[in-house]
Design a protein around this ligand. Sequence first.
Ligand code: NAD
Length: 316
Amino acid sequence: MTQEQNQLKSKKILVTGGAGFIGSHIVDRLSPENKVIVLDNMFTGSLTNLEKSKDRITFINGDIRDKKLVNDIVAEVEYIFHLAAHVGNIRSLKDPHFDMEVNIGGILNLLEACRNSNIKRLVYSSSGAIFGEARYLPIDEDHPLNPESPYAVSKLAAEKYCFAFHKVYNLPTATVRYFNAYGPRQDTSEYANAVSIFLSRTREGKPLTIFSDGEQTRDFIFIDDIVNANILAATHPAAAGEVFNISTGVVHSINQLVKIIGEITGREIPFSHAAPRAGEVRHSRANIEKASKLLGYSPETDLRQGLLKTWQEINK
Ligand SMILES: NC(=O)c1ccc[n+]([C@@H]2O[C@H](COP(=O)([O-])OP(=O)(O)OC[C@H]3O[C@@H](n4cnc5c(N)ncnc54)[C@H](O)[C@@H]3O)[C@@H](O)[C@H]2O)c1
């Protein structure tokens, strides 16, 4: 890890969606030693996410769908972390056309811009959602791809564009697919995932709603491990043209998640059940062997530690 991290020193780096949850943590890790540009249209992002790095970066309030802007910025950088997206199943069900414009139009703009540039690596943030309902567990990179929501379709299409541009133009793309990300700064709106909604409602002393019976399982990955995976994917020679499942390989049910939240917060957690939500799979667990063998990726934070860090951070 250290050797690879050292390679991202004094580099010119673009983080699209850098004012969002995951993007801002990547920016914080890279901004002390690199020249970082953030491109974000503040659709869900926020400048408070960039509080730590704001004096060290160039922030551009702009849209990934703006071809000329994307061309101009890409010409200035060597590495790209692409996180700008219309995020989540629920949003995409409400507006699948817009989802396609941002998630597919956005990557195409970047890839086309990269063809005329000197990009050393474009790391694309994809999602475990592209697999759909698991045929077997844990899910490796050879698992069938059956996205079950417009969001998952657009994330998969963008992966395939990265692959195609690597094949045809030898562009050094790499895709990292996260399963269920969590950590400080995560959205807590109705579009958010269980961890951030549960922690924020617990903080406010409000009861939780568990969709379905709570026995559905998820592979939760803490933000610091996602940042590590991105840096490995950007710097490791073996990552070019590849896709990697990135998570922990360990699962918890939603009922177990609620129990651990009760333990780390020391609070009573009242909850009720509601009907399952459309577009959500029953079980999910990543096989991370490929990332571990090729990149030396290894998750460092387990769910209990990650929840505790997140709880402490949101209570500061
Ligand atoms: N959070 C997860 O569990 C998870 C899991 C798998 C993959 N991902 C992927 O990781 C990336 C980051 O997700 P996140 O959880 O940080 O979400 P987020 O909503 O916090 O971040 C997305 C960022 O993109 C920006 N953005 C949206 N549309 C844009 C546009 N047209 N032009 C420029 N910027 C735009 C938003 O303002 C926001 O800052 C996304 O690509 C998402 O698909 C997230």
